[in-house]
Design a binder for this molecule. Structure first.
Ligand code: DHB
Ligand code: FE
Length: 281
């Protein structure tokens, strides 16, 4: 049976993709502490050797535009590519998917009353690509298959934090009912506090980011009980991306061990956090 080896949450800032494409920036004082925070994540991944990554992210207008935005969408293809989305990010090696596993997840989630949009073709943007690069970009070729799982955090009304946590619970059932022996890691991307436009552009709320990290580890109910308006008040309009961390958290057991926790602000416009969690038992 497929097994969840753990979960990772990380911000997905496009400037990171450019810094990675330009090796020089990595030892720059601006970047060093941020990138150092990912070394333990890479070590953990090298130890647990997942076969598949389910990458929960939001599309920012590359595959879906404001005219048609699904609340939840899953990629059911055998490969995915990124494309120019306006951040000057390079075209990366194609990501290998696992269509059969995607269809199983779609079937199980829809049976559990999460009515997903099914995408047999999907372009993936920085929300998916930057976390993949942070985890595995230092290796020759992608060592995992990847399944994109897109959540609408852009065009209101958005799904609630509580709905995202419940989706995580359903995702766990979906994964653990797949008969193949696969090791699966779930990535929840986006966040932490940031606002890219309007009067509060540049907002970062370190205290709220700390509370969110603690909540995702120890008390997901705390974040799940907030409305999106309350989250946006604290974390900024784009900071609401943090609700996707709850999908990863919901896929794990009630008690988890934090293998790694790191935070650095600001990176670009954002409070940048990364967590590695494993089931406690
Ligand atoms: C930034 C952060 C994001 O999450 C995003 O999607 C785009 C830009 C930023 O901090 O610049
Ligand atoms: Fe984003």
């Amino acid at each position: 049976m497929a097994e969840i080896v753990g979960g990772i949450t990380t911000s997905h800032i496009p400037a990171v993709g450019n810094a990675l494409a330009n090796d020089e920036s990595r030892n720059d004082p601006y970047w060093k502490r941020f990138f150092d925070g990912y070394e333990p994540v890479k070590e953990w991944l090298a130890e647990v050797e997942p076969d598949v990554a389910i990458v929960v992210y939001n599309d920012h207008g590359l595959n879906f535009f404001l005219d048609t935005v699904p609340t939840f969408a899953i990629g059911c293809a055998d490969s995915y590519s990124n494309a120019d989305e306006g951040w000057a990010l390079p075209q990366l090696e194609t990501f290998q998917g696992d269509a059969q596993f995607s269809w199983h997840i779609a079937e199980s989630l829809i049976e559990q009353e999460f009515d997903l949009t099914i995408c047999q073709e999907m372009l993936v943007d920085h929300g998916f690509v930057v976390p993949m690069q942070l985890m595995w970009g230092h290796l020759e070729g992608w060592p995992v298959k990847a399944i994109p799982f897109a959540v609408n955090t852009v065009q209101h009304p958005l799904p609630s934090a509580r709905r995202c946590l419940a989706l995580g619970h359903a995702l766990r059932k979906a994964i653990e009912s797949y008969p193949e022996d696969l090791k699966v890691v779930v990535l929840g991307t986006g966040g932490m506090s940031h606002q890219l436009q309007g009067e509060r552009a540049g907002l970062i709320n370190v205290d709220f980011d700390m509370q969110c990290m603690d909540s995702v580890i120890n008390d997901p109910e705390w974040l799940a009980s907030m409305t999106n308006t309350e989250i946006i008040e604290q974390a900024g309009t784009e900071g609401v991306e943090i609700i996707m961390w709850l999908i990863m958290r919901g896929a794990l057991q009630a008690n988890v061990k934090a293998v790694h926790k790191h935070y650095h602000a600001p990176i670009s416009n954002t409070g940048a956090g990364v967590l590695v969690l494993q089931n406690a038992s």
